[in-house]
Write a protein of this length. Structure first.
Length: 103
């Protein structure tokens, strides 16, 4: 029984790591990491700073999904974030949810 439990826990850890990597790849493949870094500010704020700012906001995922799709201006300073017309709504939501895990 113990071996089964250990195997299940190990498989869960690898599955979660795979999901996190898939989301990181989604961010990279959609150009997010051209302007954002996970830990430090580049052109835009770090993804961790974004997560921290919106972590307690009830509609954070929907709000960030909208910002990813439509862009924003003046939220983090004078440099606007352009709309991401090539990102599907499903991928924008996945990116928003991924960002919110980084707090």
């Amino acid at each position: 029984m113990r071996k089964i439990l250990i195997g299940t826990v190990a498989a869960s850890v690898f599955l979660l790591a795979g999901v996190a990597q898939a989301d990181a790849d989604l961010a990279k493949n959609n150009g997010c990491l051209n302007c954002h870094n996970v830990d430090t500010k580049l052109v835009g704020p770090s993804l961790k700073d974004i997560a921290g700012k919106y972590a307690e906001q009830a509609d954070a995922s929907a709000y960030l999904t909208d910002k990813i799709l439509k862009g924003s201006n003046g939220v983090w300073g004078p440099i606007p974030m352009p709309p991401n017309a090539n990102v599907s709504p499903e991928n924008a939501k996945a990116l928003a949810d991924f960002i919110l895990t980084l707090k």
